[in-house]
Every structure is written in C-alpha cells, then in structure tokens.
Design a protein around this ligand. Sequence first.
Ligand code: FAD
Length: 382
Amino acid sequence: MVGAGLAGVRSVEALRARGFGGTITLLGEEAHRPYDRPPLSKSVLLGETDSTIVDSDLDALEVDFRAGVAAKGLREGVVETTEGELAYDGLVIATGARPVRLRGDGAQHVLRTIDDALELRALLTAGTKVAVIGAGWIGAEVATAARRAGCEVTVVEAAAVPLSAALGAVGAHTASWYGQAGVDLRLGTAVASVDQGGLTLADGSTVEAGVVVTGVGVRPAVEWLAGSGVELGNGVVTDEHLRTSLPGVVAVGDCAAWWSRRYGRRMRVEHWDTALGAPDVAVAALLGEEAVYDPVPYFWSEQFGHMVQYAGHHDGERLVLRGDPATDARWGVCWVSEDDRLTAVLAVNRPRDLVQGRRLIERGQRLDVGRLADPAVALRDC
Ligand code: FAD
C-alpha cells in the first residue's frame, strides 16, 4: 500500500479481513501513524484534541508500516521508494491529494496534515488578522475556528457565492453565516498574490493579514506515477472495480478517479466516506474478485455552528427547497431529476434528511415532489 492515510490503512484491514496471509507493507510519506483528516479543521483547530490517529491495531494486522518513506516511482512489480526498491505482487495506490498554493512570496498556510493544523492553531490568537482564501469547505471551517479564537477574519472568494464548486448557486444561502459570525466575506474577489503582510487582490487593492490560509482545493498526489504506465487523468484512472491500467494495481481514496456505473461517468470524490468504503472493493479486485464500487457519495462539514451534509451528485437538476434558509435554522435542498427521482440532497442541521435522502437516492425511487417542499414531511414519506 502506498499512502498511509485512511484509504491506505483501511486497505490493510480489508485485505486481512479477507484472509490474506501474505506480507503487507504500508508506505507513508508522513512521520505519523495513519490519522483522520476531517477533525483537523474542526476539533484540532478548535483546541479540543491534538491527535486523530485512526483506531487500527497495526501490530495485530501484521503490517510492515514504514513511516517517513515515500514512493518516488513505479515500474511493473517494483515500487521505487526514498529508501530503496520494494517488489510487489499487488499494489494499492492511496496517496491522497495535496493542497494547491497560490502565487506570491508571503507566508501561506494550507491545511492538509496534522502538522499543518497544529502549526496553524498556534497562530490563531485573539486579535490576529487572518485572511482565508476560498470560501469552500476548508475555508469555512478555518474561518469558524479563527473567529472562535478571537481573530479578525477576512474570507476572500473568487466565486459569487460560498461553496460554489460543491453546491452551485445554493451556496448563497450560507453567505449570511459569515457576517453573523463576524467574518468579513468578500465574494467575487480574486487574489493576485500572497505577499508579506497579506494579500494583493486582482483589482490591485490589498488585505492586511498576519496569517494567510489558502483553501482553494487540492490536486491528486500522483506525480510519482509519471511514466509508470498507470493511466492518469484527474488522478489515477480506474474501472468500476478500482483496477488501474496496470495489472495487479488498484487505486482508492482522494487520488482515484473511478468509473461509476450509477452516474455513467468518472468520479473523483475527495470525501472521507470514499476513503473508508473503496478499499474493500479494491482489495477484492486484487484478490481476483469482481466487486463493484458504486456508492452514493456523502460528505459533511461543520461550519459556523451548522452541521452541513450532502449526499449524491447533481448536475443541473430541479431544485426543491425544504424550509426557508433565511429564517429556519434547519433547512435543506433536494435535487430532483426530470422523472421525479432524488439525485442529491443537502441537509443543514437536518441529519434525518441526509440518512433518508441517501437511501432514496440509492434506491432510485420516484417521489411525490409536491411533498418534498414541506419540511414537516419526512423525506422517506415523500
Ligand atoms: P489522504 O488522507 O490524503 O492520505 C494519503 C497519504 O498518502 C498522506 O498521508 C500522504 O502524505 C501520503 N502520500 C502521498 N504521496 C505519497 C508517496 N508518494 N509515498 C508515500 N506516501 C504518500 N471529508 C469529509 O467527508 N468530511 C469532512 O468534514 C472532511 N473534512 C476534511 C478536513 C480537512 C482539513 C481535510 C484535509 C480533509 C477533509 N475531508 C473531509 C476529506 C477527507 O479527509 C479525505 O477525503 C480523506 O482523508 C482521503 O483519504 P486518503 O487516504 O485517500 O488520502
């Protein structure tokens, strides 16, 4: 297994659970045992915990875990690492993704690792001016923690609404949360560069900041696979069994772009739930079985005191609002296909909608769309 994040460690567990008795080596570039990333921008930044180590007994799994060892290259049957070559019969690629950084010579923090989180947390002190670039999931959670620490926070977002990449225009309903939390949200504002002491914006104006956090997305960590024969294209290209173009090589988690039967397209989903679920299918493929990976993707975020959950995949379908985002603390959005099937659901402080909506999407059941708009009616009764 290359990559000792959640997808890597779950691959080890899945392989052993299927009775595999051979040697397993887990390579991890970071110096840490596998840990969970979602709490980094939540409980870790908020100072509620320092460690998010995955609850997995590597000794009992009899895995040769090599921390601080990176893969540098791949040729058939051999992984080239920073500590020499490693022969394999089967390989799981689970190298995740790396944050994008912007231009400029100013200090710029990103949030991907536990080290990033602890370093950033130490800087979030009362009165510190913090500029967050990007009002996506990470930007919103960093802004939440920074305000909680008493920082003066400005969030600069190039799009017209927050969360636009994930939610499109629906993200507009979250914009008021920033002002209510005392965050200065600047929409439609592109950053030209990160400089000493703050940001320079595309219109030439500046934002003063002692701490700059860049949260503008990630790219799959696949540079080490260049020239290996593994097909790349927005990550590692796989079939519906998570098999790559090289025999005996599968890919899982943030780095994998798999073929989805359900959606009839390639999907690369940077969600915790994908890293959790895909390994079981991938190792089945390694062992010669024909399992198919085809989930309804699921994601959550905790921002400005709201639990935001999303399941499914939408692409221009009809929108139905459940509740009024302007006045209700609990609201949601359903995306509905032309033939009245739920394709995606957004649930804000409505966890039951998420659970029931995800099930409806999985079943592909037709709905009474008229009832959907009534938030008092449970989704499963629509
Ligand atoms: P990763 O967790 O990135 O693990 C990959 C590992 O491989 C890394 O440790 C990396 O160092 C290592 N690696 C990379 N290249 C090499 C190499 N060449 N050799 C050896 N090792 C290498 N998802 C949600 O659903 N909900 C959330 O609320 C949420 N919050 C998040 C908050 C933060 C701050 C972050 C960063 C992510 C969050 N996510 C969330 C996304 C979720 O954490 C990821 O989808 C998940 O971590 C992906 O797991 P992975 O194992 O595929 O990749």
